[in-house]
Design a protein around this ligand. Sequence first.
Ligand SMILES: [Mg+2]
Length: 336
Amino acid sequence: MAINYLDKFKGTLLGVAIGDTLGAPFEGELRSIIHSNFTNFEEFIKSNKKLFNTYTDDTQLTLHTAEALIKGAGYDIDYLINAYIKWLDDPPIGPGYGCLSSIRKLNYGVPWQEAASDSGGNGTAMRVAPIGLFFSKDLEKLKSMAIESSQITHSHPAASAGALVVARSVAYLIERPSSERIDADDFFNAIISPILNSEDEIWEEFIGILRKVQSSINASTLESGLIKFSQAGVKAPYFIESYLGKAFVHPYTLSTVACAIFVFMKKQRSFKECIYALSTAGGDSDTIGAIGGALAGAYFGRNEIPNELIDLIKNKRKILKICEDLYTRFKEIYLK
Ligand SMILES: [Mg+2]
């Protein structure tokens, strides 16, 4: 069956925005506390629409990534730098410190090699989905662009590994019809392949974490898997001691990406079921919603996202226009 790429592009960016919007009110809360607010999340959303009235920095920066690719046809890092500087005028909603400080430096003309913070936070994995879409047919370029897009603000190797794995996941999933279940072994081999054979020990560690996620999909419940991966790879003194043994997704890239992939693989039945589990996972809820939302949207496509969820999103017309423009560029270059 031929893939409808435009539908997949729309699904991916809408998925980011929906996961971010649904997770935003719960940022920084334990999963158990979030779930004590409702027995039926769908009903809770319907009766508390004002809570879900905006996306945050995750979606803002994702849209700026897409705009840079549209303008630069994806081949110049300066377009990304300029697009992220423009984000300062949005203005940023709920930004992470690593992102904000480095992008402010870029705005002052500091070269990216000096502006980047040493943060291993999830701020680059959360904005990388358009690179996964755009370079899905050129995996070498996907790798170099995902890494560069991360390094301009985050010099830490975890940030580039996380961004690369998310971009590769999106590229994998847009090639799969949602009528077919994802082959877990094939999926994990594909998303791990770009971080293989690196000299970096954090990239090696990430491979070990992703293999554990793979073997936990059938072996763990949603809750127990989230507890297992909530602080995966986090080193002292960055542990959140009081949340050890609880579902509270750490903003460290390796933990957030591991949890997003775990939840996505566990909840493949429908977009709705998947996005509800992601955005109420606990901890950095908006970002696990945004990253997992990109994966779910890439797999299910726009046509399988319920309209009532799309209607929740702020600026949905603008987002859809960006998807169309990005797809047009992609088609010109890769679908000739
Ligand atoms: Mg956010």
